[in-house]
Structures are given as C-alpha cells and as structure tokens.
Design a protein around this ligand. Structure first.
Ligand code: FAD
Length: 241
C-alpha cells in the first residue's frame, strides 16, 4: 500500500515518520489518539479519488481530515489506516453573484468563503465558532453551525450540491445549483454523515445577501435564568437576531 501511495505522492506529501504523523494522531478531542500508517496530502481531486480507490482495493481504512477541529473524534485515524488530509484542496472554484452560489473545494476555510464574496455584497451564513480555521468539508461532514444558524439554518440548508468519492471509489454528483430539485434529497443524506459516505470533493454553496446593517447590543442580567427568559421572549416576539 505504501509503495502504491509513493507512486502517487512525492515524499513531502506522503508522511510516514512518527514526527510527521504526530499532528494527525488526534483531532480536537485529544483524549483519543491513534498513529495512522500514513498521511497523504493530496492537491487535486484526482489524487483523492485514486487514494480512496487504492484503500478500497487493499481494504485499508481511511479517514478524511480537514483542519482537525472536530471535538468528537471525527478525524481520529485508524492505526492500520490512512489519513487523507484535505487542506491543500483549498480553491474557490467559482463565485456566481447572480445565482448567489460559490463552488469550493473541501479544504476551503469557512470564513474565506465570506471574504471571497464580500465585494458582491454576499456572505456564507453558517458560522461555527471555529470558522477562521475549520474547512467546508468538515462543516459538511458534521452539518456544523453557529449563531447565524438559529435564523438561517445549519450547513445542510446552505449546500445545494456536491461531488463526492464514495468509500468504494465511485464518484457521484448529488444535488445541483438550485434549491428546487426533484427526487430524493441525497445532499441532505450526505451532509452530517460524518465522513461515512466517503469524501466530498467539490461543494456548491448557497450565498446570502449581507444584512443592510447590523448592530451589537449588550445586555446584563442578574442570573442565567433571567438571560434565558429574555432570549425566549425575544424569539417569541417574532424577532430572530
Ligand atoms: C474552538 C472550537 C469551536 C468550535 N465551534 C463550533 C461551533 O460553533 N459549531 C459547530 O458545529 N462546531 C464547532 N466546532 C467543531 C468543529 O470546528 C466543526 O465540527 C467543524 O465543522 C470541523 O471542521 P474541520 O475542518 O476541522 O474538520 P475535521 O475536524 O478535520 O473533520 C471533521 C469530520 O469531517 C470529516 N471530513 C473532513 N473533511 C471531509 C470531506 N471533504 N468529506 C467528507 N468528510 C470530511 C472528517 O472525517 C471528520 O469526521 C468547534 C471546534 C473548536 C475547536
């Protein structure tokens, strides 16, 4: 297996020594650690697909990894397995401000999407607190969300389509470029599947217009209960912050 990987990757992008493997032994849940057999750093979708096919043929487990900020061991390697680290697939392939769409590779950092489309008056709404470092691929696998999602929905509500390589190496295209699709919601099944359905290679994201203005309000309460009640009253009044 390592020989096959060595034919696919130059030495700097095929990590097998303990020092190189160390950062990949765990994700944000550092209480669990496992040293993988190897880590590969693909720079193209073709390399990802070929790696998955090699793993499938050799029956070697693999795990996809974005920025490794998962707090639940999602990117934890298998000791016999390969880590496919996707940070180098970080290109924003297309921005269509008319259709309000961005097509991105899985290693694109969440916040970079909003930065890339800001000049069009658009932004990408799902905002996990880790958004300056976490990747869209990780967000898709975990259906991540943050404060904006209360109003705008989770990652699931902002992924229109995706291309993925399934664990057996088959490449599939799910969804499309619009919310109006016919047939079963396969994108819905994929988003939140925690990497079980292979690796997302290309993701089509829905963009929203930036709010015309925003104001931050700070309120202090005597107790957590009082603060919670205030939030409930604001939401019950029909106002979503
Ligand atoms: C300080 C901090 C704050 C956080 N705040 C939030 C928050 O507010 N909301 C929230 O939801 N989460 C939060 N998280 C958790 C984490 O950041 C998110 O789950 C994030 O989506 C993980 O992205 P990642 O790129 O780090 O993915 P990783 O941790 O590398 O991987 C996460 C999962 O995605 C899979 N995966 C990665 N890339 C792909 C791909 N291309 N295709 C298929 N599967 C893939 C991995 O196998 C793994 O199962 C936080 C974490 C930290 C450390």
């Amino acid at each position: 297996m390592l020989q096959s990987l060595a034919r696919l990757y130059p030495p700097p992008r095929l990590l097998t020594r303990p020092g190189g493997l160390l950062p990949y032994e765990s994700d944000g849940l550092t209480v669990f650690r496992a040293r993988p057999r190897a880590v590969v750093l693909p720079e193209s979708r073709e390399e990802v697909i070929e790696t998955v096919r090699l793993c499938h043929r050799a029956q070697i487990p693999f795990v996809a990894r974005g920025s490794g900020t998962s707090l639940s061991g999602g990117a934890l390697p298998h000791t016999d397995g390969i880590v496919i680290a996707l940070n180098r697939l970080n290109r924003i392939i297309e921005v269509d401000p008319v259709d309000r769409i961005a097509v991105v590779e899985p290693g694109v950092i969440n916040l970079d999407v909003s930065s890339a489309v800001a000049s069009h008056g658009l932004y990408y709404a799902p905002d996990p607190s880790s958004q300056p470092v976490c990747t869209i691929g990780g967000n898709v696998a975990f259906n991540s969300g943050g404060a904006h999602c209360f109003k705008y929905g989770m990652t699931l509500n902002h992924v229109l389509g995706l291309e993925a390589v399934l664990p057996d190496g088959t490449v599939v295209t799910l969804g499309g470029r619009s919310l109006e699709l016919t047939g079963p919601d396969l994108v819905g099944a994929y988003v939140g599947s925690e990497g079980l359905f292979g690796i997302a290679l290309e993701i089509t994201l829905r963009l929203l217009p930036q709010p015309e203005c925003s104001r931050t309000v700070l309120a202090a309460y005597q107790s957590l209960e009082a603060a919670g009640d205030a939030v409930s009253h604001i939401v019950a009044s029909g106002l979503l912050p």
